[in-house]
Design a protein around this ligand. Sequence first.
Ligand SMILES: Cc1ncc(COP(=O)(O)O)c(C=O)c1O
Length: 400
Amino acid sequence: MGFISDALNRIQPSATIAATQKARDLKAQGRDVIGLGAGEPDFDTPDNIKEAAIEAIRRGETKYTAVDGIPELKQAICAKFKRENGLEYKPEQAFVAPGGKPIIFNAMVATLNPGDEVIIPAPYWVSYPDIVLLAGGKPVFVETTLENNFKLTPDALEAAITPKTKWFFFNSPSNPSGAAYTEQELRALTDVLVRHEHVWVLTDDMYEHLVYDGFKFTSPAQVEPKLYNRTLTMNGVSKAYSMTGWRIGYCAAPVELIKAMTKVQSQSTSNPTSISQWAAVEALNGTQDFIPKNAAIFKERRDLVVSMLNQAKGIQCPTPEGAFYVYPSSAGCIGKTTPDGKVIESDEDFAIALIEAEGVSVVHGAAFGLSPFFRISYATSTEALTDACERIQRFCGSLK
Ligand SMILES: Cc1ncc(COP(=O)(O)O)c(C=O)c1O
């Protein structure tokens, strides 16, 4: 028996954090590196939110709070769900954690028994399978295709459900593909879920506000009220409000689940940072003006990146509806050889050769459960994106 637990040995460190770190390390060594691995907006947190946090410190809001969040934030969360999603929740159904990630972690630790299955469409956000494994459950992957714009079909969902299925994870717009389901596409999935009463839905709506070309965001419990009593609707301030470092995620769900998650959090992190909670109150209740402004900037960058990548030899890049990622296929580069004689056999080889040759850091698709793709985060300046895409074009053009 080793010192490290079997549970920990089942999981991998986050591939996206590793890619970001590698880019940082190379930069520190003096290499000219453009990091397109990080999943965070390059915008600063809006001033009204920062001011609310400074005010909270001055007022002395610096003590432990209720484990599941301050009442003011729970009220703001309920108001947000009503205003933006047409979902009615009472404050006792709302819950706050130190980020969106711990929301999922708490929910899984609170509900999974060994052998319980969790359906995860691929490509998926890197942390989903590992959180499920750490909590003792079994991830069940259902692959999507580029031809279907990385969206799960109702038939594939139906086929994946077994008597052991406990949760279905839904993420729209998606990290890593940027795919977002229309109301009609989502309804096709909720029609399947309604028929399987033992399956709970965890919807990760983190990128709700980052949708383009007039796309209308909808959430499962909103589209199908029959799922309300078995849906965990999760969101957070990290992406929409450029608050990744503040560590605030939130959700709403049936009270029984919220109580169980509170129990887990009471014995792990305790409450999320008091000051960040007050900042989140201002984020949700204050002006939302900068959200469409930021989204317009992201849309321009998306269009630039998609167009430039499609001009790279061997790359095929679909246009996603939302988030700040594209998920191009590197299929046309696999089997080719770099000028220094390395054969590219996988998307991981592609990502490694790209950073070595041109100093562009991307994350390979295998980390998200679907090859031969790679993920680019376009949450960086237009200049850096243009430079990076020119380098990718040059790299792909150099392959024989
Ligand atoms: C799909 C998705 N869900 C959840 C999170 C977690 O967000 P947080 O930083 O609030 O933990 C992320 C962050 O990358 C994400 O991409």
